[in-house]
Design a protein around this ligand. Structure first.
Ligand code: ASP
Ligand code: MG
Length: 430
């Protein structure tokens, strides 16, 4: 497809793509490949910064002062070392000043009294990571490439008050995004903004959930009617299995939105699951590409379903718990009992990964979580005989064939299996 001359590209750079000075220089080189295009850059916190901020946050709440200081200093040094390598003297002083201000806020958090909920405080604190990365990247683009604009995502993505997993107020956000971005893009400035971060109606910081930067990119693209979104990753595209656990993975060259939504629902971790819907609604293609090999074709996710069946994909969920329950009075499992079971499970906030029933028993699988297991048992044990098995795996095979099924189940005990036309699922034990 020929690009519309006026159209906008949304690029999302994740933590790994901005984890070092070298990585940031690489981002600049990627942007150079698109020098005559309108670009919105959505960036995550650098490397593992979000995890480090999480641990700082806990240290502050638990009043572990020495730990807080040493971890904060390490995070500060990491960012300062980076800008030393990236910037000339003058620019270094300016950006260092900005970073110092952010770290003043980080330090102040330790003492700060607040009657806000833990989730609300978490969001306010955790967003420093994206603040830092977006500032540094924007300065870098300004210095090395062309004029750019730092834009505060909290002034554009508006949400409700569900801290840590906020829901987007689409209408307001679309308007605000357009207002903040279009003029700058027309003036040929690259926009640099933060992934993951948003704010509620009062302007208090909210976040879209861990790994939510992909979703932010989807929101910006939707609001701006972008030509495409590109997620730049440390893998060549979407793969048919997790390369952390398997050697012979295959790249999926092209799949449909539907297929990608299914894969991420089953646990494929390449794209944040919420990212796809706002793109699908407007038929905006999503490219997953390697930041190491930016000119190579990655994966295209769009409306075309014709390639979906080409390669079997398989997704493992580890650390699963299989519950099996039977009514104590040996009544059959009819709709009324099932209704009761679901009510109790939702009471226990259980998220069910797979389920199955027979005349007298109902089985369901959940992620291992000690507290949850306890509350599930508490809910169900008055009326049901409850048994469970831990340390299991759930494997989902999309577009399965015999060879793939045999491969994923090899040497393991199959405790439960289900097949539909496109999907086979196995609960496996040793
Ligand atoms: N920095 C956030 C996280 O690590 C958001 C993201 O990277 O998508 O969860
Ligand atoms: Mg990430």
């Amino acid at each position: 497809m020929k690009p519309k001359s006026n159209s906008i590209l949304v690029f999302k750079f994740g933590g790994a793509s901005v984890k070092s000075a070298k990585a940031l220089n690489n981002v600049i080189n990627i942007l150079k490949l698109y020098s005559n295009r309108k670009i919105v850059v959505v960036v995550s916190a650098m490397g593992k910064t979000t995890n480090k901020l999480e641990s700082l946050f806990e240290a502050a709440l638990n009043e572990k002062h020495d730990l807080f200081i040493s971890q904060k200093d390490a995070l500060y040094d990491f960012h300062i070392e980076m800008i030393k390598t990236l910037f000339s003297n003058q620019a270094y002083e300016t950006i260092k000043h900005e970073i110092d201000l952010i770290f003043d806020d980080i330090s102040a958090f330790y003492q700060k009294k607040s009657d806000h909920s833990k989730s609300q405080r978490y969001d306010a604190f955790i967003s420093f990571g994206e603040h830092l990365s977006s500032l540094i990247l924007q300065f870098k683009i300004d210095q090395d490439l062309k004029e750019s604009q730092w834009s505060d995502a909290r002034k554009m993505i508006k949400t409700d008050d569900q801290f840590q997993k906020a829901n987007v107020d689409w209408q307001t956000s679309i308007e605000l995004i357009k207002t903040h971005c279009l003029e700058a893009l027309d003036a040929n400035r690259i926009i640099v903004t933060q992934g993951f971060v948003s704010s509620n109606a009062l302007g208090e910081t909210t976040t879209l959930g861990r790994e939510g930067s992909d979703y932010s990119a989807g929101i910006f693209a939707h609001a701006l009617d972008a030509e495409s979104v590109t997620i730049w990753k440390d893998v060549p595209g979407m793969l048919n299995a997790d390369p952390k656990f398997f050697e012979d993975t295959q790249k999926l060259d092209r799949i449909s939105f539907r297929e990608a939504i299914e894969l991420s629902y089953y646990g494929a971790s390449v794209i944040h699951p919420k990212t796809l819907k706002p793109l699908q609604n407007k038929k905006i293609p999503l490219y997953v590409k390697s930041f190491m090999h930016p000119t190579e074709e990655g994966t295209t996710i769009d409306v075309d379903t014709s390639n979906d069946h080409m390669i079997p994909s398989f997704i493992f969920k580890k650390n699963q718990v299989l519950f099996s329950i039977t009514p104590k009075d040996f009544s059959f499992l009819i709709e009324a009992n099932l209704g009761d079971i679901f009510l109790k499970l939702s009471e226990a906030e259980a998220e069910i990964n797979i389920m199955q029933n027979s005349a007298l028993s109902f089985s369901f699988l959940v992620d291992y979580n000690a507290n949850k297991i306890e509350s599930i048992i508490k809910q169900l044990s008055p009326s049901y005989e409850v048994k469970y098995n831990t340390d299991l795996e759930l494997v989902t095979v999309r577009h399965y064939d015999k060879k793939t099924n045999n491969f994923v189940c090899k040497g393991k005990k199959i405790l439960l299996q289900q097949r539909t036309r496109k999907t086979a699922r196995f609960v496996l034990g040793r």
